[in-house]
Ligand binder design. Sequence first.
Ligand code: NAP
Ligand code: G4F
Length: 331
Amino acid sequence: MGGGYRRTMAKRALITGITGQDGSYLAEFLLGQDYEVVGMIRRSSTLNFERIAHIQDRLTLVAGDLLDEVSMINLLREQRPQEVYNLAAQSFVQTSWGQPVLTGETTALGVTRMLDAIRIVDPEVRFYQASSSEMFGKVQEVPQRETTSFYPRSPYGVAKLYGHWITVNYRESYGLHASSGILFNHESPRRGLEFVTRKVTYAVARIRAGLERTLALGNLDAQRDWGYAPDYVRAMWLMLSQDQPGDYVVATGETHSVRDLCQLAFACAGLEYRDHVVVDERFIRPAEVDLLVGDASKAVATLGWQREIDFPGLVAAMVESDIKLVEHQQR
Ligand code: NAP
Ligand code: G4F
C-alpha cells in the first residue's frame, strides 16, 4: 500500500474492484495507455492479489471500502485521479438473495458514496459506473438497448438499477461527467469459479483429469449474451474518453443457453456433456432472468467499440486455461 504524490503529467485513474476480473484487465489496459493506476483495496485477513500479482509493482494500492465514504474522500484527496472506474460490488446474483442488505449497501449505496466523494473532492473527475444487463431482468424488449425498460429480477439487479439511476441523477443534478456502462455478461480465464462459465470450464478440466465425474448445475435453459472481459474494459475507457458522458449497452448481440455452453465446453475436451451434467435444485434461482441479448449499436457508432473474440473462441480459451491450471495443481 502507499500514498502517491503526483510527480508526472500522466493521467491517473482510480479503479475500485481492482482485485476482481474486470479490475485486473482494466488495470492492464490503462497501464498500456500510460496511465498511473491506483487500486482501491478493502481490508481482508489474507491477501487477494492473484489477478493483479503480475502487475502489482506498477500499481498504487490504497485501502478503502465502498461501505465507508470517508475512506473514499481521503483516497480521492490523496491520489487526485482524473478518472474513477467504480467496478467494486457484491457481484454474484445468487448470493444477493442470501445477503440482500449487504448487496444493497455495496452495489447500490456504495455508488452514491463514491459519487458524493467525487462531488466533494473534485467534481471534474470523470466517473464510470459498472451497470449490468441484470437490470433488464424479465426483458421488456428483444434485443435490449439503452431505451429498453428495466425489470430487475434479483436483489442484485435492483441494487444495480439504483446504481445506474443515481449515476444519471448526479450527472443531471451536479453536471458530473458520469457514465453508466450497461454491460452484458463477460467472461475470461480470470472469472470467479462460482459463475456458470468458469464453473463449467473448470469442471471440464477436472473431469478430463479424472478428478470428478459429475457437474451439478441449475437452469440449463437460461440464455446469456456472453462476451470476453478484455474487450469490455476497453469500452469503459472509451466512455470516459468522450467529451460528453452517457449510458451505453455493451454486448455481442448473440445469445446462447447454459446447455449450449456445456455442449461446447465439454466438446473442447473430447467429452459429451450429457454424460456428466446433472441438474441440482440448489442452483435454481428464486426468480430467473431467462434471456439476455444486447444491442450495442450505440457503443459501436459512438465509441467505435468492437469485440475481438467470439463465443466459441472464449469457451475454448477458458477450457484450455483451466486444463493447464488443473495440470499445474496436480504437480
Ligand atoms: P468480481 O470479479 O466479483 O469483482 C468484484 C470486486 O469488488 C472485487 O475486487 C471485490 O474485492 C470488490 N469489492 C466487493 N465489495 C467491496 C467493498 N465493499 N469495497 C470495496 N471493494 C469491494 O466482479 P467483475 O466480474 O470483475 O465485475 C466488475 C463489476 O462489473 C461489478 O460491479 C459487477 O457487478 C459489474 N458487472 C459485471 C459483469 C460481468 O459479466 N462480469 C457484467 C455487468 C456488470 P475482493 O477481491 O476483496 O472481494
Ligand atoms: O454466471 P451466472 O452466475 O451470471 P449472471 O447471474 O448472469 O450474472 C453475471 O452477469 C451479470 C450481467 O448480466 C452481472 F451483472 C453479474 O455481476 C454477473 O457477472 O449465471 C448465468 C446463468 C443464470 O441464468 C443461472 O441461473 O447461468 C444459470 N446457471 C445454471 N446453473 C448457473 C448455474 N449459474 C451459476 N452461477 N451456477 C450454476 O450452477
